[in-house]
Design a protein around this ligand. Structure first.
Ligand SMILES: Cc1ncc(COP(=O)(O)O)c(C=O)c1O
Length: 367
């Protein structure tokens, strides 16, 4: 069996480094917002070539804190509209709702799975204040086109970088420094994954960074003195030390993912399988390798019978989720097609060339 992803295997190469680091955290006596957190905030800000990194409890909180930060600074008000892709992971939409804002769903481009910049204009109203784009599956959105729409309409541009750690447009423009503020998740399966929940905000905006730093810790600037209505979403030192170790390998791990993706894109030749577009650039870090298949049930049964792990990201479109009833009357045919057809093949740094060949052979033999 080739599993879709085995986290124990993925983290095995860090075994000794983790044990030493955890010993140090234990001995330090500081377990939340301690030295390792400060070090990670410094390291990740440097990696993203950005002024500020603020560690948070998870990616959903990072998104919510950016929006609440802007609200707290008076730059957004309750009910303001936020454009998001209709096929994004549910957390992006929940963050908008948790902040008291209104999500406006816009269809993705079926070839990139990312927010279709050509459609954004049709959804703009006087209440539109933010575009929140998700670099889905690890591929950067059409950043330049979306940035110019935001500039023309005085909109704040935020990105959900949960799946795109290390994706680059060029040597200077990297996931995490492309927008006014960026949210990151370090959930264990991510390209940069902790061993528990963890997240961060990156930004060059000094005022926003200061406010989020306060909001993530009950709105305190001084201990036990709450200046704003904050939350508890602090990064802990065990996760931060894990991330400090793994960050050094992120580019190498992303290169492994790209190597596998290049093989899939060139060697999978089966008319039934629609491959993702990949231009061999650094703008896709293949958090997930997602193909489309008309009859997904038949294909997934076939993969299972041939001992190939798979996953579905995601089976239900946000507007079809029971939890988001208010969106249920809307129609997003491209998203619906995507959600009906997508299936993710194994794609991670521990996959061997032999395993990749096996997967390619099995997929090519599918009828
Ligand atoms: C695109 C996207 N946004 C947001 C999140 C939320 O992150 P977390 O699970 O750390 O809260 C995730 C990951 O789970 C994600 O994939």
């Amino acid at each position: 069996m080739i599993p879709f992803l085995n986290l124990r295997q993925l983290n095995s190469k860090y075994d000794t480094a983790f044990k030493n680091a955890y010993r140090d955290v234990l001995d330090s006596g500081y377990y939340i917002l301690g030295e390792q957190v400060s070090l990670f905030e410094y390291n990740y800000a440097s990696y993203c070539q950005v002024e500020h990194c603020i560690g948070t409890g998870n990616g959903l909180d990072a998104l919510t804190l950016i929006l609440k930060g802007y609200m707290s600074l008076g730059k957004l008000s309750k009910g303001d509209e936020v454009i998001v892709a209709s096929n994004t992971y549910i957390a992006t939409i929940l963050a908008v709702k948790l902040a008291g804002l209104t999500p406006i769903l816009v269809e993705p481009d079926i070839n990139t799975f990312n927010l279709d910049s050509r459609l954004i204009k049709n959804s703009l109203t006087p209440n539109t204040k933010v575009v929140l784009m998700t670099h889905l599956y690890g591929q950067l959105c059409d950043v330049n086109a979306i940035r110019s729409i935001c500039d023309n309409h005085q909109l704040i541009l935020i990105d959900d970088c949960a799946q795109s750690h290390g994706a680059r447009l060029n040597s200077k423009l990297i996931s995490g420094n492309l927008c006014d503020a960026s949210a990151h998740s370090f959930y264990p399966t991510k390209n940069l994954g902790a061993l528990g929940d963890a997240g961060a905000v990156t930004t060059n905006d000094n005022t926003l960074a200061e406010r989020i730093k306060s909001l993530r810790n009950y709105g305190f600037n001084e201990r036990y003195v709450a200046d704003y209505e904050g939350v508890n979403s602090r990064l802990d030192d065990v996760q931060a030390s894990t991330l400090n170790i793994k960050l050094k390998f992120l580019d190498e791990d992303n290169a492994s993912r790209q190597h596998i993706a290049k093989r899939y894109v060139t060697e999978i030749q089966n008319e039934a399988i629609i491959l993702p577009l990949y231009d061999n650039s650094q703008c896709h870090v293949f958090h997930l390798f997602v193909v489309r298949v008309a009859n997904r049930t038949a294909f997934s049964t076939y993969l299972k019978n041939n001992a190939i792990g798979y996953n579905i990201h995601y089976p239900v479109a946000p507007h079809k989720q029971q939890a988001l009833q208010e969106l249920s009357k809307l129609s997003f045919p491209i998203s619906e097609k995507i959600h009906d057809e997508v299936i993710s093949l194994p794609c991670h740094p521990m996959l061997t060339d032999t395993e990749v060949s096996t997967i390619i052979n099995v997929v090519n033999a599918y009828k």
